[in-house]
Design a protein around this ligand. Structure first.
Ligand code: PGA
Length: 261
């Protein structure tokens, strides 16, 4: 079946590659992304490096886009340590990762807060990549789909306000940084369910929302994941810090996109 969504590969650098390393890494990614004309490529450096990375990529004439790793749900004001969507955009970020499991688990972000941030991003930008996913205990208890459904329902109204503006990343927490990637079938089961849920808001939302898989993606497993009908792209962590590895994921996406039309 024809896939209407473009492939999207995003790299989440997390708290790595700050000011000094960010420029060279961004340039290496730009080189790896050359010629990948059927893939949208995004890197998410730490906050302090966003402006520098955006500048380096622009100067190199690269199509690689920049993302924040988080943003405030508020537009401005007395919120010490926070950064708004407008501020991220002014620095050159066109995307922002929201609700990453590390923020949900380690920093106490609730579904409600992620929903508020998503609503803010849908209004002011940057374009959100909203992360959902179950923990190992939740998977073992058989509640994977319930957890993902709860997390998705919280943001669905916001996503439906502009179909295709946001992407959703399914990242099983047990697969993040562990080397234990979900099997293509396990991932597809959840992706298909996410698309079904999006369809309850509108067919357009389901068809236009890019769904990414994240959790130990690398150059070896990307192709099989991207071959699944509802997996449109990937959100990589560890692999995104290694241009060769990230480049291999991009190449897999470019190859899979050949079969999309
Ligand atoms: P990983 O991280 O690729 O290192 O597992 C993915 C993520 O946290 O987005």
């Amino acid at each position: 079946m024809k896939r209407v969504r473009r492939r999207l590969i995003a790299g989440n650098w997390k708290m790595n590659a700050g000011a000094r390393d960010a420029g060279p890494l961004a340039l290496a990614v730009a080189r790896a992304a050359e010629g990948m004309d059927r893939v949208d490529v995004v890197v998410a450096p730490p906050l302090v490096a966003i402006a520098a990375v955006a500048d380096v990529l622009e100067a190199a004439g690269s199509n690689v886009r920049v993302a924040g790793q988080n943003m405030s749900d508020q537009p401005k004001g007395a919120f010490t340590g926070e950064v708004s969507g407008e501020m991220l955009r002014a620095w050159g970020a066109t995307w922002v990762i929201l609700g990453h499991s590390e923020r949900r688990q380690l920093l106490g972000e609730t579904d409600l807060l992620v929903a508020r941030k998503t609503a803010a991003a849908m209004t002011t930008g940057p374009r959100p990549i909203v992360c959902v996913g179950e923990t190992l205990a939740e998977r073992e208890a058989g509640s994977t789909l319930d957890v993902v459904e709860r997390q998705l329902r919280a943001v669905m109204g916001a996503l439906a306000s502009q179909p295709g503006f946001a992407a959703v990343a399914y990242e099983p927490v047990w697969a993040i940084g562990t080397g234990k990637v979900a099997s293509p079938e396990e991932a597809e089961d959840v992706h298909a369910r996410i698309r079904e849920l999006l369809a309850t808001a509108s067919t357009e939302l389901a068809e236009r929302t890019c769904l990414l898989y994240g959790g130990s993606v690398n150059g070896d497993n990307a192709a099989a994941l991207l071959a699944q009908p509802d997996i449109d792209g990937a959100l990589g962590g560890g692999a995104s810090l290694d241009p060769a590895s990230f480049g291999a994921i991009l190449a897999a996406a470019q190859r899979s996109s050949a079969g999309d039309a």
